[in-house]
Design a protein around this ligand. Structure first.
Ligand code: SF4
Length: 388
């Protein structure tokens, strides 16, 4: 039997940025046309109401404003969205409300107001503590801007995280060690460290294909990953997900819930969700292009591009995929039982599992599956081969 958990995680997407970074394949856009905030406010409110009509009573455990650059939203708009959510659903007592922000001066100015309207966790797109790396990544800010933004954020919010990107063309162990040590000195409770990936359709994809730059060799990338684990863990920032590190009990609740396989609802252009309706799982997806999303929403009060039932087997495969990102792993018996699945046969390849266990890439104790430290650097390879 599915258990309809009354708690829900809410994701709100703001699709605009000041500049498109050359490595970014997110649903983010730069617009020269003025953005009519009143119209956007109406659209977000419509969508929250439409979702509430479908989902009924819920308690919101977390809200995550992502993008794009949601810290560019006028705080009044963010406040209005939060008001609408609180009118439609109950807030959990310890609700986590995260906002992604970039270190521009416009955004820093708004931090205090954002806290007043309810944001209680800030995730800063710092990306690098090296000006040459920031330039290569096409970022709008300098290290100085980043440090200022981080200091301001830490003075205002109790919970602050920042992102770093490693595996840049000139990165070697010495450079990354220096950067990590500097990051530890200034960090709060949480750091996300992502390896640069070259995504199709981005300017970096074309430059890399045309050999305008090269990435460090595999061996170096492996060393950088292991060094990240080691240095952050010495600073009590323990890895809890393949690219996320936090002090104890300071993990990002929102992302954790989603990786564990909880129900979540997406609001805004391109947002997707996994929802339980009449005891069945549904995948929902909103129109991605901001103008189309807005037009559909204002005309029909719904911007749903897709709302399709997914089988329990498909959902089990998804949950296995995301849970294996977590260092705590997944109790497959418990997780699959919740979905009324009694056998692993349709979910995972037992031969591959045996092989990965022999190679010490996966650990299985009773029904608890965990990727090992040796396995994490090749997590995608493992899940591609393991999950049917
Ligand atoms: S600021 Fe973030 S979302 Fe916007 S283009 Fe850069 S990486 Fe993408």
């Amino acid at each position: 039997m599915l258990i309809n958990n009354k708690e829900i995680a809410l994701y709100v997407h703001w699709p605009y940025c000041l500049k498109k970074c050359p490595y970014c394949d997110f649903n983010s856009h730069v617009t020269r046309q003025p953005i009519d905030i009143n119209v956007w406010e109406t659209a977000y409110k419509n969508e929250i109401e439409a979702e509430q009509n479908i989902l009924g009573k819920k308690t919101v455990r977390s809200i995550f404003f992502g993008g794009g650059t949601p810290s560019l939203m006028p705080p009044k708009l963010l406040e209005s969205i939060l008001n609408q959510v609180s009118k439609k659903w109950a807030f959990s007592k310890n609700i986590e409300i995260t906002l992604e922000a970039n270190p521009s001066s416009v955004e820093i100015k708004n931090f205090s107001t954002l806290k007043k309207v309810g944001v209680n966790r800030l995730s800063l797109g710092f990306q690098s503590l090296n000006n040459n790396s920031l330039k290569f990544l096409g970022r709008n800010h300098s290290v100085k801007n980043g440090l200022k933004a981080l200091e301001t954020a830490k003075n205002i919010f109790k919970r602050v995280s920042f992102d770093l990107i490693y595996g840049l063309p000139d990165h070697n162990e010495k450079m990354w060690e220096k950067e990590l040590n500097e990051a530890i000195q200034i960090s709060g409770e949480h750091i996300s460290a992502y390896q640069l990936t070259i995504e199709k359709g981005t300017p970096f994809y074309a430059s890399y294909r045309d050999k305008k730059f090269e990435l460090p060799p595999e061996k170096t990338l492996l060393n950088l990953y292991n060094m990240t684990d080691e240095l952050l863990s010495q600073a009590h920032l323990k890895k809890y997900e393949v690219s996320n590190y936090a002090f104890k009990n300071s993990e990002c609740v929102h992302n954790y819930k989603i990786w564990e396989g909880s129900e979540y609802c997406g609001i805004g252009p391109g947002a997707h969700g996994r929802l339980i309706l009449d005891n069945k799982w549904y995948a929902s997806h909103k129109f991605s292009a901001p103008k189309i999303w807005l037009n559909k929403n204002l005309k029909k009060k719904s911007s749903l591009y897709l709302n399709k039932e997914i089988s329990n087997i498909e959902r089990a495969q998804e949950i296995l995929l995301t849970s294996l990102r977590l260092t705590k792993g997944i109790d497959i018996k418990e997780a699959f039982n919740k979905l009324s699945i009694n056998s692993n046969n349709d979910i995972l390849n037992e031969n591959e599992l045996r092989k990965f266990k022999e190679l010490n890439l996966i650990d299985e104790t009773d029904s608890l599956l965990k990727v090992t430290n040796k396995g994490f650097p090749i997590l995608n390879y493992i899940t591609n081969n393991l999950i049917l």
